[in-house]
Design a protein around this ligand. Structure first.
Ligand code: FMN
Length: 355
């Protein structure tokens, strides 16, 4: 019995620590659907209930003196001292809990709040990439050569996409209705819906000088689109690359990738439940040869444009989308088979049928 008590106590301690840790992490990163946090929560509840069941006598013994003041002369069989000791430790526990809570919630962040340092990289980069008159004079110089405009997987199986279904919802309505949706039903979406989403993301709308649905600085189009397919009618699960020119998909890696993509996205549940997960990457040199150090700014802006297009198209199709900025870069790049230097994943968006 003693061993079981000990085991339950440890379980309770560890699962509570996991709840606290994953909760703090989720708060720092602004995540709201972290599965490991949820599971540790359930585990803590189960362990807590078991702990209560095994120790309920102690529980009632401790606060009793507070609820009902006992006579100074306790019953002989109540073991003199237990009542007093119980009351003291109960009050001490409450006091410590309060002080601990206050310190963790208010004082520690005050004392150790991290102020942005002047040498913070983003600040330095922003300043360094600002346009100045001197910079404009140098801007005629090129940084290397422009790479190929379109990425190809010649040995990959190509799947032609049907024409995208027209989005009939008004822009006004789509804007008003757009929300980040993280709860999805386990029903498939159609290939025509996926086709419409891909067209909205990066589809070609002007064939003469191929221009696309989303704007791009200098029409250089540095972004690539990958889809991790979980549940789409007439399409096997796997990782696909969107071949923009042909409006087709190229199968890079077949198989169920739900676990892998979810882990890469810090265990965020909606990456698992979605029908499809979009990953936007950039081939930096496509924009860098012309815009030099400023290119990175433009590339991130462009990813935002594409992301919003996916959000709005999903809304117009009656689907739900959610952006994911928190992911393990290396893990995601490896999944896509890109090096993370010349080409790197920038932005993830889940799309599914709203619950
Ligand atoms: C760049 C960016 C990164 C985001 N990353 C995440 C994320 O990792 N996980 C998540 O659940 N939501 C993420 N979101 C969604 C935001 O939480 C959401 O947009 C915000 O709460 C506003 O809600 P709304 O989109 O419904 O208006 C991200 C949004 C943006 C723009």
């Amino acid at each position: 019995m003693r061993e079981i008590r000990l085991l339950i106590s440890w379980l309770l301690l560890l699962s509570s620590a996991a709840v606290a840790f994953t909760g703090l992490l989720a708060d720092w990163w602004g995540l709201s659907h972290v599965r490991i946090h949820l599971w540790s929560g359930y585990m803590a509840i189960v362990a807590g209930l078991a702990h209560l069941a095994l120790n309920w006598q102690n529980l009632f013994r401790m606060p009793r003196p507070i609820i009902r003041r006992e006579k100074r002369t306790p019953q002989p069989n109540l073991r003199k001292g237990v009542t007093m000791r119980g009351r003291r430790s109960f009050l001490r526990g409450i006091g410590l809990g309060l002080v601990g809570g206050l310190v963790t919630a208010y004082l520690l962040p005050l004392l150790f709040s991290v102020r942005p340092r002047v040498e913070d990289l983003s600040q330095a980069y922003h300043k360094w990439s600002s346009i100045t008159l001197r910079g404009v004079l140098w801007s005629g110089l090129r940084w290397g050569r422009a790479p190929a405009q379109y990425k190809r997987y010649p040995s990959a199986k190509q799947i032609a996409l049907p024409s995208p279904i027209p989005l009939t919802m008004s822009v006004q309505e789509a804007l008003d209705r757009r929300r980040s949706v993280r709860d999805y039903r386990p029903v498939p979406i159609t290939l025509a819906q996926l086709s419409a989403l891909l067209h909205a993301a990066q589809g070609i709308t002007e064939p003469t000088y191929p221009k696309r649905t989303a704007p791009s600085a200098g029409a250089l189009y540095p972004l690539e689109t990958y889809v991790v397919v979980h549940q789409v009618e007439d399409l096997k699960p796997g990782i696909y690359h969107y071949a923009v020119l042909d409006h087709a998909l190229e199968l890079i890696s077949p198989g169920d990738k739900r676990r892998e993509i979810t882990l890469a996205c810090l265990d965020q549940e909606h990456a698992h439940a979605a029908n499809v997960v979009f990953v936007l990457s950039a081939i930096f040199q496509r924009e860098r040869w012309k815009y030099q150090g400023r290119a990175y700014r433009y590339i991130l802006m462009e990813a935002g444009h594409v992301g919003q297009n996916i959000y709005l198209a999903a809304t117009a199709l009656g689907l739900g989308a959610c952006a994911i900025g928190a992911f393990y870069d290396d893990h995601l790049n490896t999944m896509l088979g890109i090096d993370g230097e010349e080409e790197a994943a920038l932005y993830v968006l889940t799309v599914g049928v709203p619950a």
